[in-house]
Structure formats: C-alpha cells, structure tokens
Design a protein around this ligand. Structure first.
Ligand code: ATP
Ligand code: MG
Length: 278
C-alpha cells in the first residue's frame, strides 16, 4: 500500500501520567476512507490515544502524522504552537471528536451548539460582528444553513430550538456527531458512540456511521465496547491491552486472535465477569 493511503499514522506513541505508563510504543495506521475501530478492555488506554490524536494531551513519546492530499502534518508540531489551544489547531487541520461522557452545552439550543462548533472557521472578526457587516451576516447565515443540513442528516431537524440538555440520551449522542461533522473534518474520532443506546438506536447509529464515510468523505475511528457494532461496520480493528497494541487486522482475524480472546476473557474469574458485562 502506498504511504499516502493512510490518513493517520501513529508511531511509537507513549503516554505517561506520573507513575502510570498509560501507553507504550503504540503503532498503527488509519487508512483513508476506512471505518476503523480501537477496542480493548476498560483502562486499556483507548481514550488516552484519542486525547493524543485530538490534541487534548501532549504525548510523552512518538509521532502522529495526518496526511491529506499527499501533504503530511506532524500533530506534535501543531500542538507545540502557542498561538491557539492545541486541540483547536488540530480541529482546524481536520480532526474532530465526540466524548465518552457527552460534552454538549446543555443550556444552549441544539442549533446553537452547532454554531459554536463552527465559530473557529467563521470568516469574521470581533469588529465585523459588532457592526454586523454584510460579510458577518453572510457567514452567519452560511453557518446556520450548514448546521441545519447536519441536523437533517442526524435526524434532529425538529429539535433545532430545544435546549440540548433536555434531549433524550440517544439524540444527544447524535448531536455530538453533528457537532463534530460541522467542522468539516477529514477524520472523526467517536469515543463509545453506542454507550447507553438501545439495540434499535445502535442499529441507526451503524447506518449513520456508514453514511458519514460514504456520503461525506470522512474517515471514521471509533472506540466501542459493543462488539456486534464493531464487527459489523469496521474494515480494520486495533486492539489495545494495558497500553500496548496486542492485535491489528480485519474483524474475522481479530475475532479469532488468541491474544484478543485472552485479553477479553482474562485468566481469572474476576476479569472473566468484567468481560461478560461489557
Ligand atoms: N489524565 C489522566 N491522569 C492520570 N491517569 C490517567 C489520565 N487519563 C487516563 N489515565 C489512566 O490511563 C489508563 C488508560 O485510561 P483510558 O481512559 O485511556 O482507558 P480506556 O481504554 O479509554 O478505558 P474505558 O474503556 O474504561 O473508557 C488508566 O489507567 C487511566 O487511569
Ligand atoms: Mg475510554
């Protein structure tokens, strides 16, 4: 495979929190236009990988490169910039995310949440906002139109003026996806998007994720404990355990990997019970 076919490459990634080595020598690639999954038992380091990719953490070691249209960007260098918060810089370069614990502005409407997300890409400054110049009004209208388009895609058009904190949980998860997509990402990182959803909502989520890749040109990386969902929609799976990659491959390879089965089932009864509850 040509190197340009990978949207993201993660090389020798390490993350240490004081005495805890959360990630050790993590290596994997995310092929452009793929749906890829990052799985592993609780505490394996999955969210920490997301936090490194999306600029919430500065890795202790290693490199993460994003390659778009043959042009590679080292995310560590973007993070080192002091001009803007690291995660905002990375968002501008095409990586968006959702959170394991939903982080919406609960006291704002659904529409307002999507407008705030676009704020950094709006083409105006403080003065043009104050005087409500033509350019300002145009860009504001473009942002509203864009938000409404995304509300239609995720099926929340009728909720545009509701306070987001009053939405049912499954709708909040979809709103988070719309909010991430509003920033025109090349890569969307979904942290446990099916957590708390019922089987019907999980099926709808699978359809939405496929649509994102097919109709909106985004590469998807998801963390998920719902193995039915992961096996059903992923082209490619990376398995973490205790901060290390223990397997990578297609769903059927992962499902039959002895190392993965051992990591999930564990060797004693305590870990076994944990695996069954996931
Ligand atoms: N900010 C932090 N400070 C200290 N330790 C942290 C921090 N973030 C993560 N960790 C530790 O890193 C390890 C990996 O945590 P992480 O949240 O990445 O796991 P996970 O695979 O996402 O687990 P889960 O499936 O439960 O969400 C854990 O031991 C966790 O306690
Ligand atoms: Mg997590």
């Amino acid at each position: 495979m040509m190197p340009g076919n990978n949207l993201l490459t993660v090389r020798s990634l390490g993350m240490r929190f004081g005495g805890i080595q959360a990630l050790t020598d993590v290596n994997f690639d995310i092929p452009t236009d793929s749906i890829s999954a990052l799985i592993g038992p609780n505490g394996a380091g999955k969210t920490t990988v997301f936090n490194c990719i999306t600029g919430f953490y500065r890795p202790s070691a290693g490199d993460i490169d994003l390659t778009v249209g043959g042009h590679s960007q080292n995310l560590g260098k973007l993070l080192a910039s002091k001009l803007l918060g690291g995660s905002h810089r990375i968002a501008r370069h095409g990586i968006a995310r959702t959170f394991q614990n939903i982080r919406l502005f609960r006291e704002m409407t659904v529409l307002e949440n999507l407008l705030v997300a676009q704020h950094h890409s709006l083409n105006h400054n403080l003065l043009s906002g104050f005087f409500r110049t033509r350019g300002y009004r145009d860009s504001e209208q473009t942002a509203i139109d864009h938000a409404i388009r995304w509300l239609n895609v995720v099926g929340l058009r009728d909720c545009a003026n509701r306070l987001s904190g009053t939405l049912p949980y499954g709708h909040q998860r979809r709103l988070e996806i719309a909010r991430a997509m509003c920033t025109h990402p090349k890569l969307i990182c979904l942290d446990e998007p099916a957590a708390g959803l019922n089987p019907r909502e999980t099926e709808d989520l699978a359809t939405l994720i496929r649509q994102l890749r097919q109709n909106h040109g985004v590469t998807v990386l998801l963390i998920e404990h719902d193995m039915g969902l992961v096996m059903g929609i992923s082209d490619h799976i990376v398995v973490l355990d205790h901060g290390k990659v223990i397997a990578k491959g297609a769903p059927h390879e992962i499902a039959n990997s002895p190392a993965v089965i051992l990591a999930y089932l564990g060797v004693d009864e305590k870990t076994d019970t944990k695996a069954k509850t996931q």
